[in-house]
Each structure stands twice: as C-alpha cells, then as structure tokens.
Design a protein around this ligand. Sequence first.
Ligand code: ZN
Length: 687
Amino acid sequence: MRLSGIVLNITLLAGLAFGGSQSNYDPDQNIWTLSNGWIRTSFQLTPEGFFLTQQISDLQSGDTWAASPNRPTSPVRLQADSDLFDAQTRFFLVAQYAESVNPGGIRQFIVLQDVKGPAQITVILDLYDNHPVLRYSLKYKNLTAAATHVTWINMVPWTFDDLGKRYTAFRVNQWSVVARPEDFQTQQSLLDTSGSGVEVYSGSAGRQCGWLALRDSEQRGLFTGWEFDGQTKTAVRQDGSKGYVQFSSTVLNLNHPVEPYGEFQVPNTFIGLFHGDWDEAGYRTQRFVESVLAKPAPDAKSFPYVSWDSWGYQDKIDEQTLRRNADIAANLGVQLFTVDLGWARGIGDWHADPAKFPNGLDALSDYVHSLGMKFGLHFALAEADASSQVLRDNPDWSATDDANYFGAKSLCLSNQPAQEWLIREAIRMIDEYHVDWILQDGQNMVKQCTKTTHTHDPADSNYSNAVNGINAVVSAIQKARPNVFWENCENGGNMMTFNMAKNYVTSITNDASGSLAARRAVYGATYPFPPRYAERYMPESDGFTPYATHSYRFGGPWVLMTRLPDLHTDQVAFLKDQIQNYKNQRTDISVGKVFHILPPAANATDAIQSYNEATDTAIAVVTRAAASGPTYLFRPKGLKAQQRYTVWFEIDPAVYSQSGAQLMSNGFRVMLPKPYSSEVVHIEPQQ
Ligand SMILES: [Zn+2]
C-alpha cells in the first residue's frame, strides 16, 4: 500500500461523508473514531493511561461489537523479553497523525510510549472506502540500550461483549501434502460457553486457510484474516460466565531480535463485519482482498488464464514434444504454456538440460511466444539437490528442515548469502529463458532452520523464513522483474494466506487430484479467497466429458495436463469449445458473489453459483457424482425478486422465464440423467 503522504485535516464526526474514510481525534478525551460509512470503530487512551478498544459497529445493519465491561481489551498485545504490553500497560501519547492511503482510505497512527520507558508502540489503523473492514498493525520500538526479543504477539487482539448469545465459528482447511478428502473442507462449530474454543493452524504446512469467521444466531458476524505466511495459531473462544468472546492469533515459535532503537512490525491483520450467512462473510472478505490486498491480475479481461502444463509427461520432456503440444495448445485457445519440473539440469541447478533442449530453452520460449502464448516455468526456489553446484560449493546453505522434495534438500531462504545467490539466479533464469510466469513449487515454503551459522536467529526460524525468507526473496525478484507473474504452489495450496494473495496472482488448490477434488477445493477456497485464487490442475485421467470439464468451469486458472498430440480430432473440438465457454464466463465469476449451494461428495450432487451484481446475471455449475437422483431442484440465490429472468442450460435445451422471486423460492429442475453428469446454468435478466 502506498502512502500519498497527504496529512488530512481531521474534521468532526458531523462532517463525515458517506463512502469516504475519516478519522476523528478528540483531544479532550483521547478518543479516536474511524469511520467510512460502513463501519465505525473507536479507541481510547484512558485518563489512567490504558489504550483500549471501545467498539466496532456496522453502520448499515446496526450491529455493534463492544468491548466487554468484564474484560478490557487493547489492540496492543505484544511481549518483548519479560515486558508484556497489553490492556494493563500504562502509556502516554507521543504523537498521533493520519494519512490518506491507496486505494482510497485513511491510515491513523497513534504513537504511545510505555510510562516505564522500555518501548514505544505505534498503533496503525486503516480503513478503506466502501469496505466494512478495519486493517490493523502494531510497531514495537526498542528504547533500551540492549537488544530485545519479541517472543509473543497477538495479531487478532479483539475481545467483545458476548451479549449473552451463542456463537458459531467457521473455518476452511487448506491442502495437505498427503491428499485427503478433508482438503478444503469447511468446518462449522458452535462455541461452547466454557471457553474451550476453536483453533485455526494456518500458514505454510498448516492445516487451515488463514481466515476465521464468527456469527451469532441473529446473523451478526465478523471475520478476520492475517497477512503472514509462516505458521500461526489462531483461536476464538467464549467465556459465558464472564460474558465475552475473545480472539487470539500468535506467530508460532516467535523469537525475533530487535536491536536498540530498532523496530519490529507485527504482520497486518484485518477484522470485518457482516450480517448474514457465511457466503456474505466470504463475499465481504473477497471484495476487500481484491481491492486492497491482492496482487492485481495480469489482465482482468483475460484472466484467469487457460493454461497447459507439461506434468502429463512428468519429467520426460524435450523440445520436440513440447513444440508439438504448443502447436495444439495455441489452437485450443490456451494462453499460458508452462514447462513443469524436469526442464533444468537438476533441482537447484536452474540451467536448461542441454540433452532435452539442444537449441536452448529460450528457443522453445520464443516459439511459444510466436504462437501468441505466455511462457511459464517451474521454479522450486527453496529446494536444491545435494549434487547441485550450489550445495556442493556451499553445503551449509541447506536448512535443517528435510522436506525431501523429489529427493532434494531444503535451502534456508533467510540466510543472506543463499538469498542473494537465489535472487541473482532467478533474474538470470527469467532473462535467459524469456519467462512471463513462474510456477513456484516445492514443499513447505517456510523452512525450519535452527542453524547457528546462518544470518537469522536460530530460534526465530518460523518468522525469519517467512518474512525475511520466502517473502524477501520473492519480493526482490518481483521488484527486479515486475512483469513476471507468480503462481503459488507448494505441491498444492498449502500456504493459503492473505500474505500469499499479496504476492501471487493465483494459487493452486488441489494438485491434479481429479474432478471431485477440484470441485471440493473450489467450494472451500472460495469462502476466504476470490475465485481466481482457486486454481485447478486437470489431469489426463479425468477424460474428456462435460462432467470433467464442467468440474473446472468455476474458479481460478484452468490448467490442462493433457498430452495433447494423443487427442482425437473430436476431443480437440470438444476441448476447444469448453475452453471458449470457460473464457466467456470467467470474468463474471471472478467479480461475482459466490453462493455455496451444496458441497461436493463422492455419492452426492453438488452445486455452486455466482451472482454478478453489475450485470444482474448468475452462473451455476451443478454436478452429479455417483448420486442416484436424475434431477436436482435448484434454487438460485441473490437474484432481484421483481426482475424477470431467462434461464438456459449448456446441455438441456429447456428455457425458463420467471421472476427472481419465483426462481429463488420454487427453484427449477436441472437434468442430471446419469451418474457423473453435469450442467451449467445461466440466468440472465430480460429487458
Ligand atoms: Zn537457516
């Protein structure tokens, strides 16, 4: 986020403009009130010197989340050595100021100093126009003459009055290295009132996506996400006897050194309000992520891409085979042609294998470009074979982590000399092979490393290998080569975080595990993440039926792993037609609200729908796996009750004309004549 550097003149609340973000400071009471017409939130430095959260309100629904009278809460929750800074710490105000921030919003800084003197804490609060979301961070400055270690932070430091209600928490799994049916499954849990809580373990190699939503029985809800790629533990619990609900979110094994007068910034997190169901929580999250956080898509009109990836051949690739595939891919309408693992001399030895590419990999890349496609390349940046030149020259650059990615060793990315080598190599690789797209791969991008010979603190591996490791390396390469776009993959979507969304234009979800797993991945991932972050790899074993291709219709990039020269003419024609259909609908689905109608299961029928408010159109993919029912009564959601719509199907020739109210309450039949059949439903407004 860029600061424009304009310091705003703060006006009183009475001057608040709808849609515009403002921050109001009352110097008599030391109260800050931030509002953008969607939400209003206030914080106070009390006369006793405690910096406390007062409330966050939804100005449109009237919902309020107020601090609990029994449990004062502060956004300041951090420990450095034995000093704990929280709601019981007395501060005095050093400075306060606000700046405008892009895209449209305001950033309030409140600089506090501990009265005992060891630290300065800066609270940073962001509001963006038209989003019911508060983004938050904290800066710790060590004012002592000795280095300190930040050992604990609470990134989601919110405690609210429970109003005597019961609460349900909602979380989503991420992909696991050992493929399981639970990948991307959603979990909904009623909080017990005795305080045992629901936990989310997120980040690289974690179990869940870095997002958590909570609501009461009257649809009053909030959601939170954190912008950190390492491992975190987040929890929400209710203490009914004391009358509060409490969030916490910790970076695991934090031990970050801070030099005298040095600073440490807590990873950004956000908290948003919604009123309604989990689809509404997801939509509000996604709108915020897409307009404030996410790496912009390469081209909104032609993204998500249809891609081809060479993994159908595993590492048995060569220039001639790839050229033949490129010819057919271009004819099919594929936009991005990616050469997967196996192009290099070895893992960590990022030079093209001369036996496979006698004319050089750049010759293939140029050929792909001449066919009008982008050229993508596999890059497992945190891995290197023991026999690679880099590890033979620098055996100590390996991490203590042993993920064993195709037999390779792990590299420690937060070790300065290894980092510098890797950034140089990546830039050379991009330039030499004319690369447009990097398929980042490997296993666990935030390596564990306790080596005392590296430049990071040996006890701070999780934080260092995230922020000063993978994040630092990727950002340095992206800064040097800003026109190259990156795809997040670590064998699968195993780092589903909002920091990931800032650096990559998409993320793999499932890893070529077939139609059902692809639909499950999209179903779960499109709660926290915009659909473009649900990329799917389609293995050849899926075959060429509408059931297979429809399974990839809804979501992020659709990646074909097919050996294209083996296809019959009629298969090529079918695939070409399906690719065109995907392209016709991807932008609608990208910006629409996702309605999760029925989750996929092996013996079930599933349905997922998108509604685009701007065009008043809806698209749904309805799929029958091994279920018995030949029809499905589909009740679409989100339509305008009074509007009359035309409903048509991609397979069934039937056409309906009904009002939104009729369609939503009575539904209509979708024909699924036999097991493994499918349908794509289109709902369009009549003039
Ligand atoms: Zn290390």
